[in-house]
Ligand binder design. Structure first.
Ligand SMILES: Nc1ncnc2c1ncn2[C@@H]1O[C@H](COP(=O)(O)OP(=O)(O)OP(=O)(O)O)[C@@H](O)[C@H]1O
Ligand SMILES: [Mg+2]
Length: 237
């Protein structure tokens, strides 16, 4: 092992005759936050699925010393017939750690909603439940696939700050797919820019700014300009 939690080398990932990923090398250290930016269809979700062990049919190697890896998707994917606490504990019966679920409900700011059903929640609240459900298994790595793209801009900023707090508190590394350059830069230690299929990582930008960050920090603006240039070169925009 290399001192990394995850060390992935996808030599090639194809669906039928289409090569999606070509020579993608990705490493993640404990507590690190890394974002993936790239064109639609370049294979970002596929790469996350490979990292999660959900997609095993690829050429390459996946080394992981992360005990638990959890996933948060764009849609909260809650079970409509289960309460908030049952959704977080993955269970309609009593066989889950109630104290841990109660703590997570508090940490994601949903005090008082333990018994609510998903239909009574706003989109942002539902995504808070999805994050708490992700944390339930005490993962060392949280994979997030466009987790905030369905919520409004202000809710999104609040959820970004919540995610950073939780990652810090629970010592979790984040691997995040987003189409939002500001989000990638605000959240991450490194931003990886992918190009079109067959995709590889064409550039890595380091964001050397301590947390808590200021969204108005001039360094973020500079890095945004650089990222936009790179995204233009990759024909993403
Ligand atoms: N199960 C599958 N069977 C066949 N093709 C697939 C499958 N999953 C993904 N693909 C193809 O692989 C390519 C990459 O898909 P993927 O969902 O990983 O892209 P993405 O970068 O996440 O895109 P987006 O930004 O739109 O979410 C696409 O061309 C897609 O059609
Ligand atoms: Mg995707």
């Amino acid at each position: 092992m290399t001192g990394h939690l995850l060390d992935i080398h996808v030599e090639r990932k194809s669906f039928a005759a289409t090569t999606v990923l070509n020579n993608v090398h990705l490493q993640l250290k404990a507590r690190e936050a890394v974002s993936l930016l790239g064109p639609s269809g370049c294979g970002k979700s596929t790469l996350l699925r490979i990292v999660a062990g959900l997609e095993k049919d690829f050429q390459g190697t996946l080394r992981s010393s992360a005990g638990e890896v959890a996933f948060v998707f764009q849609e909260p994917r809650l079970m409509p017939w289960l309460t908030v606490e049952q959704n977080i504990g993955f269970s309609a019966d009593k066989h889950y750690d109630k104290a841990w679920v109660a703590q997570l409900i508090k940490e994601v700011g949903l005090d008082g909603f333990a018994q609510a059903l998903p239909k009574a929640l706003s989109g942002g609240m539902a995504q808070r439940v999805a994050i708490a459900r992700g944390l339930y298994s005490r993962p060392q790595v949280l994979l997030l696939d466009e987790p905030f793209s369905a919520v409004d801009a202000f809710t999104r900023m609040k959820l970004q700050d919540l995610l950073l707090q939780l990652a810090e508190r629970h010592a979790i590394a984040l691997l995040l797919v987003t189409h939002d350059v500001d989000e990638a830069l605000y959240l991450s230690d490194r931003v990886l820019v992918m190009d079109n299929r067959p995709s590889s990582i064409r550039q890595e930008l380091a964001v050397q700014l301590a947390h808590p960050r200021d969204r108005r920090d001039p360094l973020l603006a500079q890095l945004k300009a650089l990222s936009l240039t790179e995204l233009q070169r990759a024909h993403v925009i």
